[in-house]
Design a protein around this ligand. Structure first.
Ligand SMILES: O=c1ccn([C@@H]2O[C@H](COP(=O)(O)O)[C@@H](O)[C@H]2O)c(=O)[nH]1
Length: 233
């Protein structure tokens, strides 16, 4: 069954058992799921098979960042596993992104979305200054997203605070995946550039990544359901 919701639940758990417990409470028609570094490191590729078996489309969020050949091989393996979306860091540069996009295009029968991380949603201007970038987060996101688009990426990971700008500058078809989503009243945690689900959709985000506000809630399904209702899904 295809998923009607833009919400992608981040299954950030330290064990495969915990992530599968949560996935079994979720409905693949109500959300997609994201496998990130913590879960993949503990569970390995088997977690992808388990989640596919449960009917979920999977965003494999490993944020590859390495030399072009290495990243192209890694995204190819990911695509062959059947994940819905995989990502690289845009700061890996044009050759890394182009080589990866070309590698996916050369694969038969694959339609995995390849997207690039711009500026992590946990970062603000002071973090950028510390790593030698004298631009606002919005300026740096614009620069990296423009590079990502011209390097063959299907879209980017950014904060919803940049979605409106990117949507008007790079077009509505360029996929905007936005973590840092916080329903009203939920804990901001380590995220710096946040928006509510409704604000993010209104700004032009295509997909909303939500982790702790759902997975750490006393009623995870209640939070997900309310977010979908707020979005009219
Ligand atoms: O810029 C980024 C890129 C990825 N993430 C990932 O999204 C989730 C967010 O989880 P929350 O618990 O909702 O904060 C997490 O898996 C991150 O690794 C991101 O937050 N920002």
């Amino acid at each position: 069954m295809s998923c009607q919701s833009p919400i992608v639940v981040a299954l950030d758990f330290p064990t495969m058992a915990q992530s599968i417990d949560m996935a079994k409470r979720l409905d693949p028609s109500q959300c997609r799921v994201k496998v990130g570094k913590e879960l993949f490191t503990t569970a390995g590729p088997a977690i992808l098979d388990e989640l596919h078996e449960l009917g979920f489309e999977i965003f494999l969020d490993l944020k590859f960042h390495d030399i072009p050949n290495t990243v192209a091989k890694a995204v190819s393996v990911a695509a062959k596993s059947g994940v819905w979306m995989v990502n690289v860091h845009a700061s890996g540069g044009r050759r890394m992104m182009e080589t990866s996009a070309n590698a996916l295009q050369a694969l038969p029968d694959q339609n995995t979305l390849l997207i690039a991380v711009t500026v992590l949603t946990s970062m603000d201007q002071s973090d950028l200054i510390e790593i030698g970038i004298d631009l606002t987060p919005e300026q740096q996101v614009r620069r990296l997203a423009t590079l990502a688009k011209s390097s063959g990426m299907d879209g980017v990971v950014c904060s919803a605070q940049e979605s409106s700008m990117l949507s008007s500058e790079l077009g509505k078809d360029f996929v905007l995946v936005t973590p840092g989503i916080r329903p009203v009243g939920s804990d901001q945690g380590d995220q710096k550039r946040i928006m509510t689900p409704a604000q993010a959709m209104a700004a032009g985000s295509h997909y909303l990544v939500m982790g702790r506000p759902i997975t750490q809630a006393t009623d995870p399904i209640g939070v997900l359901t309310q977010a979908n209702i707020d979005l009219g899904v």
